[in-house]
Write a protein that binds this ligand. Structure first.
Ligand code: HEM
Length: 234
């Protein structure tokens, strides 16, 4: 009887750890995407034709002729979507288990010692998901447009049209702020789950790196919309 309950407990720990590892790996893939997207957006400073050329290359010619034209973007979207779904699924299962007092909580930090990002991690994730949906409706699908006409052939004009309005920039500042808080704690958490947090030195490096990546993303993402708003890019 004792050995049965022990194996049930071990099973719970194993399944919690597997979900944490899946969350860590998918989260890191999503952070890599964010860095790529942020650097791509900075091309807006070079000019309309360069920015549009980059967007067309990404959607049409990347990896061509290794892959048929236009395939890369769909594989890329499939990978991103799979990571996002797995990330959310594992979060939901772990959250439900913690609400019901089940599962193995192998790392616990007292509430008072938690950073703001850590404490509101799940709520930040929900806010990011909602604003991401709005973002895709604006720039990928075109169901929501404000200040521009949807034209996938000319993302530069959509960019400038959208961010010429202060309240769109404000919504994106909240979006990117929430993403960066989520990333700050997520980066730290992911590497801790993967075993990198092995001592005070490693912890300090990890902490510094997490803040650096989050700050880099925030500044890199918010600069182009602000530049449009103040008329530096038009
Ligand atoms: C100020 C911040 C951001 C700006 C100005 C921005 C701008 C854009 C633009 C213009 C596009 C369409 C590009 C095109 O059609 O060629 C796009 C696509 C996209 N963005 Fe953002 N973005 C921002 C932040 C984010 C963030 C934080 C995320 C994720 C959390 C994100 C995820 C995506 C995704 C998934 C796509 C669709 C890519 C595809 O078509 O497959 N973006 N973004």
């Amino acid at each position: 009887m004792a050995s049965t309950s022990l194996s049930v407990h071990q099973e719970a720990i194993r399944s919690t750890v597997v979900k944490k590892v899946v969350m860590a790996l998918t989260g890191l893939v999503l952070i890599a995407f964010l860095l790529m997207h942020m650097f791509g957006n900075l091309k807006i400073f070079i000019g309309q034709s360069e920015y549009n050329h980059y967007a067309h290359w990404l959607k049409g010619d990347l990896l061509y002729p290794i892959l048929p034209q236009g395939w890369f973007i769909w594989i890329f979207r499939l990978v991103l979507l799979t990571c996002l779904v797995l990330h959310i699924y594992c979060m939901a299962v772990l959250w439900a288990a913690s609400l019901h007092g089940r599962g193995a909580r192998y790392v616990r930090t007292r509430r008072k010692e938690q950073t703001l990002s850590a404490r509101f991690m799940r709520w930040l994730g929900i806010l990011v998901g909602t604003l991401l949906l709005l973002h895709l409706l604006m720039f990928t699908v075109g169901w929501v447009t404000t200040g521009y006409t949807f034209n996938a052939e000319d993302p530069y004009s959509m960019f400038v049209g959208a961010f010429s309005q202060w309240w769109v920039v404000l919504i994106y500042a909240i979006f990117v702020g929430a993403v960066c808080m989520h990333v700050r704690h997520g980066f730290w958490s992911a590497f801790t789950t993967l075993g990198a947090n092995v001592g005070t030195g490693a912890r300090n490096v990890l902490n510094a790196l997490a803040y650096f990546v989050a700050a880099l993303l925030f500044v890199g993402f918010i600069l182009p919309p602000v530049a449009v708003l103040i008329g530096m890019v038009s």
